[in-house]
Structures are given as structure tokens and as C-alpha cells.
Design a protein around this ligand. Structure first.
Ligand code: SAM
Length: 322
């Protein structure tokens, strides 16, 4: 346990999907004046350096947020170069984003927010979900952050202290799976719960389901957003299916977005070594999503598929029910 450090992955394609959906969801929820409570069950360190050792070692942001920031200036070449790298057998038809095409509003909001953390230009700082959320919240909204990793919890504490947000933000060094429901329902009866575990242990999948099931019992009208990796593992495959069943049984609406950037096949090199592809895809499953979210995400996912493609297997899906 606790070998996962989000600093290696900050700004990768999975963060792009998760944070684009988070921002679009918050933008809608914050249109109403009534106070909103956001519960972030797995908060991470809050802020990351993209030019630091962790991100530099993994290089994952280069195929995520950094591509998008570059795409704003030169959309077509970045996408075309990305597609050319893959083992494409067929021509990549209908995949280019026209150079002068405006970015979808949800991507634009995401990039504007990242830029706000880099006021002098560049992309040194990447905000994690606690800082993204705080950036959008109003003074009367509340933010509850759970983080268990000793180092990341300390870093999160120190980062949050700089905001001088007082009682608006609570940082809890507690198990987010076990303790998050204590904030439900919040006094204003409006809440978004973001559940973004590392899935280091396969029991995490079951714990997500327990948390969402218990949360719906306590607070049926809350908005719940679960991120999960799409990897060849039965628990990962079952998670969205089981969340869908849970939402449907409870009579709740749901939205399921996925983004694939490359094939999940293990490659064999010319020397016979096996090369794992790294995370090829991820998904966001929401219960009680804003009714505007599907329309907001559709054009964004169409563009993300092209801009973040690493081979011809790039794809997205967006389904709604309930
Ligand atoms: N939500 C963050 C973001 O978007 O910037 C990233 C979170 S990262 C994927 C998952 C985090 O959960 C890690 O920092 C890990 O240390 C932490 N964690 C693992 N198990 C936990 C638990 N049971 N309760 C709270 N945090 C946990």
C-alpha cells in the first residue's frame, strides 16, 4: 500500500479527462446560489510541478495536458504527429482537428484554469482536484479533502494552508472510503462527491461501490463522480457496469464517459522483450450528473480523442441513462 504517488501521473490523459469533467460539473452546480459542499475522497497532494523530478521521470504530462496547451497554438500538427507515431495500418480518416477550429468550451475552461496557475506563462504547475475545485468555489461553499499517504497528506496540508481559506476547507488524514459519508447530507443539501482512488489494491473497486451505495442511501440527490482505469482486470471492467446497476435500481440518472488514447496490447519488441503500454484508457462515471453535462462533453471528447491519440485505437464513449 502507498506506493502510488500521483506526482508521477499529474497532467496525464486520465487527469485531463477527470479534471475536464470535474470542471464542467462544477461550473453547472455553481450556477445556483445555495452553498455546495465538495467531498474529495482521495485528494492527493493538491499541487504538482510538471518540471520536477516525478513528472519529469514519467513524462506522462507530455502526452496529456502539455499536448493540449501546445494544440491551442498549433492544433493540427500536434494531433497529426501523435497519430503518425502509432502503428496505423489504415489512414487516420476524419481524425484531424482543423488548425483554426476553436477548442470545445469544456477543454477551453480546463486550459484556462491550468493557465491561471501559471500566470507567467509556461506550464510548471499542475493543480490537482483540490486546487481545481477551490479555484471555482465561492466563499460560502465548502471543501472536504481526504488523503492518507503520509507525505502527500503533509504536502496537501502545507499547500492548502497557503490559501488561508480558514474553515472553508478541511483536510482530513483519514480513510476517504470509510469516512466521507460523515459529510452527507451537508446542511445545504447540495454536494458533489469526487471518488478518485489509486486502485493500488483490487479491493479498492469494491470499496468504491460500498461508498457510493452508502452515500446514495444517506443522500440520494447528491452528485457522485467516480474515476476508474480501463485496464484488463475483471474488477475494473465490472465497476462501471455495477455503478450503472446501482444508479438504475435507485432510480437515479447517470453519465458514463471514457477516453482511450492507445491500444492495451502488450507489445513484444524486436529483442523479444515484453513492453507494457502504460494506462491506455480511463473513465468517469457520474450519478445525478448535471443535465447539461452530456452536451458539454460530447464536442470535448471528440477533440480529446484526436488531440491525445497515441495510436489508431484512440476512441471515446459517452452514454447517459436514467
Ligand atoms: N484526486 C487527485 C487529483 O485529481 O488531483 C488525485 C488522487 S490520486 C489518484 C489518489 C490518492 O488517494 C493518492 O494520493 C493516495 O495516496 C490516496 N489514498 C489512497 N488510499 C486512500 C484512502 N483510503 N483514503 C484517502 N486517500 C487515499
Amino acid at each position: 500500500m502507498f506506493s502510488y504517488r500521483h506526482a508521477f501521473h499529474a497532467g496525464n490523459h486520465a487527469d485531463v479527462l477527470k479534471h475536464t469533467v470535474l470542471i464542467a460539473t462544477l461550473e453547472h452546480l455553481l450556477e445556483k446560489d445555495t452553498a455546495l459542499t465538495v467531498v474529495d475522497t482521495h485528494a492527493g497532494a493538491g499541487l504538482y510541478r510538471l518540471d520536477g523530478d516525478y513528472a519529469g521521470t514519467s513524462g506522462e504530462a507530455a502526452d496529456g495536458v502539455l499536448r493540449l496547451l501546445a494544440a491551442k497554438q498549433e492544433a493540427a500538427p500536434v494531433a497529426a504527429a501523435a497519430l503518425a507515431q502509432g502503428p496505423a495500418k489504415k489512414p487516420a480518416a476524419k481524425t484531424a482537428v482543423a488548425p483554426d477550429a476553436p477548442l470545445a468550451p469544456a477543454i477551453q475552461s480546463y486550459l484556462d484554469l491550468i493557465r491561471a496557475f501559471n500566470p507567467n506563462g509556461g506550464s510548471r504547475v499542475y493543480p490537482g482536484s483540490p486546487f481545481i475545485t477551490h479555484h471555482l468555489l465561492r466563499e460560502h461553499d465548502k471543501l472536504k479533502l481526504f488523503e492518507l499517504h503520509p507525505t502527500d497528506a503533509r504536502t496537501l496540508d502545507a499547500n492548502i494552508a497557503q490559501l488561508e481559506a480558514g474553515r472553508q476547507i478541511a483536510v482530513l488524514r483519514e480513510d476517504g472510503f470509510g469516512s466521507a459519508t460523515k459529510f452527507l447530507p451537508p446542511p445545504s443539501r447540495r454536494a458533489l462527491v469526487l471518488c478518485d482512488p489509486s486502485y493500488e489494491m483490487k479491493t479498492d473497486y469494491g470499496r468504491v461501490l460500498d461508498l457510493i451505495g452508502e452515500s446514495l442511501k444517506r443522500f440520494a440527490t447528491g452528485t457522485y463522480a467516480v474515476w476508474y482505469p480501463i485496464i484488463p482486470r475483471p474488477e475494473a471492467h465490472d465497476l462501471p457496469r455495477r455503478l450503472k446497476t446501482m444508479a438504475t435500481k435507485a432510480g437515479k440518472s447517470w453519465l458514463h464517459a471514457t477516453l482511450t488514447v492507445k491500444s492495451s496490447k502488450i507489445l513484444t519488441t524486436v529483442t523479444g522483450d515484453q513492453k507494457r503500454p502504460g494506462l491506455p484508457a480511463s473513465g468517469m462515471f457520474l450519478i445525478n450528473p448535471p443535465y447539461t453535462l452530456k452536451g458539454r462533453l460530447q464536442p470535448a471528447l471528440e477533440q480529446l480523442k484526436v488531440l491525445l491519440a497515441q495510436d489508431r485505437h484512440a476512441a471515446f464513449s459517452l452514454d447517459r441513462g436514467g
